[in-house]
Write a protein that binds this ligand. Structure first.
Ligand SMILES: Cc1cc2nc3c(=O)[nH]c(=O)nc-3n(C[C@H](O)[C@H](O)[C@H](O)COP(=O)(O)O)c2cc1C
Length: 307
């Protein structure tokens, strides 16, 4: 077993570094700028039953400490995703995670049922936390609504592992995590972007066409570390459910913090817009760190912060 080899909910990854949903297209695009064998997994952008245009420009902007987006879940829809994207995903030489979004329980179930037939997607990630759509988000804020959608999705998944992507601004994140685990989640991704706003003071208009958006990048990193730590201590650790720590990883040290806080794997999103070589650098840094810490495998360092 290599220093970084990781089992995520029973799926073997070469290392714990995962490219985040919506930041690397449908997945196969990563081959244009990196060797996919160097990363643990890629996540597709969130797929909905129907195609979506998303919001008009501007939908991605720079802000101090990161970026904001209000893409509005633009995607080709389930049918075209299956017809046009899946074969390239199947030949991608790393693990692929299928991200699912929707407006209703029926939407999530429809995409989950179809993804369960796709052998190239051993894991699905339920995006119940996109800040850029009017609905869908209620599932990430209300434990009862989350239990309902998870039970229905679970029922149509045979072999596929189910990860829930949490909202960072849920009123009670511990209750959400507990509901997800109780309803059968095999893993938790912590977290999506943080609801935010940026204003052009000359025009006095919001800078994003949607008015508001989601903040990502270094500004959110310590917030996400705290959330991973709290949920690992209270829920995920005792239940032995793995966490994907996500938010503001630009350097291997950021990823190592997530591991110590309790994450089994680490997502990288905004960093790809800064420099697509960052994920490979994070992998190399984690490898050196694991060895320097005297661990035989990075898994030995999960949740080992002395706090
Ligand atoms: C341009 C952009 C598009 C995104 N699209 C999605 C998406 O389709 N589905 C999803 O679950 N998260 C989406 N996200 C959120 C990321 O997956 C991630 O949760 C967030 O950006 C925090 O990680 P980071 O700071 O490393 O970027 C998107 C983020 C960005 C920046």
């Amino acid at each position: 077993m290599g220093l970084l080899s990781t089992s995520l909910a029973g799926v073997e990854l070469a290392n714990p570094v995962i490219l985040a949903a919506g930041t690397c297209g449908y997945g196969p695009e990563v081959s244009d700028f990196m060797d996919p064998r160097g990363i643990g997994a890629v996540t597709t952008k969130s797929i909905t039953p129907e195609s979506r245009e998303g919001h008009p420009p501007w939908r991605v902007i720079d802000v101090p400490g990161g970026m904001m987006n209000a893409i509005g879940l633009a995607n080709v829809g389930l049918e075209r995703f299956l017809a046009e994207k899946v074969s390239a995903i199947a030949s991608l030489r790393t693990v692929a995670i299928g991200s699912i979004a929707g407006h209703s329980v029926a939407d999530y179930v429809a995409v989950a049922r179809a993804f369960d037939e796709v052998a190239a997607l051993p894991i699905v990630e339920l995006n119940v936390s996109c800040p850029n759509t009017a609905d869908g988000r209620q599932f990430g804020h209300d434990p009862q609504a989350l239990r309902t959608v998870l039970r229905e999705v679970r029922a149509v998944l045979g072999r596929t592992r189910l990860v829930v992507k949490m909202a960072p601004d849920a009123p009670d994140p511990i209750a959400i995590a507990a509901a997800a685990v109780e309803a059968g989640a095999d893993g938790l991704t912590i977290a999506n972007t943080y609801p935010a706003m940026s204003i052009d003071v000359d025009s006095r208009k919001p800078r994003l066409s949607a008015g508001r958006g989601g903040l990502s990048g270094p500004a959110v990193h310590p917030l996400a570390v705290r959330l991973v730590f709290a949920i690992h201590r209270a829920v995920a650790g005792p239940a032995k459910v793995p966490i994907i720590g996500l938010g503001g990883v630009l350097h291997w040290r950021d990823a190592a913090e997530f591991i110590l806080a309790g994450a089994t794997a680490v997502g990288v999103g905004t960093a790809l817009f800064v420099d697509p070589r960052i994920p490979a650098r994070v992998v190399r840094g984690l490898e050196r760190w694991t060895a320097a810490q005297g661990a035989g495998n990075i898994g030995e360092l999960v949740g080992r912060v002395e706090a």
